[in-house]
Design a protein around this ligand. Structure first.
Ligand SMILES: [Zn+2]
Length: 66
């Protein structure tokens, strides 16, 4: 048998607990190479750069140019 709470928490207590539960705004920063908005810890989708190095070869950019 799993353990059960002995007494029920009041609505106020429930509300206090849930008051801090919320989504935080997504932090955005721009790519140092091309300046497009990128999520942190993510390879840039526009130029394929991460930490100043080209990590992913860009096929998408070539298609856009054509
Ligand atoms: Zn970039």
């Amino acid at each position: 048998m799993p353990q059960e709470p002995k007494k029920r928490h009041s609505r106020a207590r429930q509300g206090k607990r849930r008051a801090s539960i919320r989504l935080s705004a997504v932090k955005s920063f721009s790519c140092p190479n091309c300046g497009s908005p990128v999520a942190p810890h993510t390879v840039c989708r526009n130029c394929g750069f991460y930490k100043g190095k080209e990590v992913v070869a860009i096929k998408v950019k070539e298609k856009k140019a054509e």
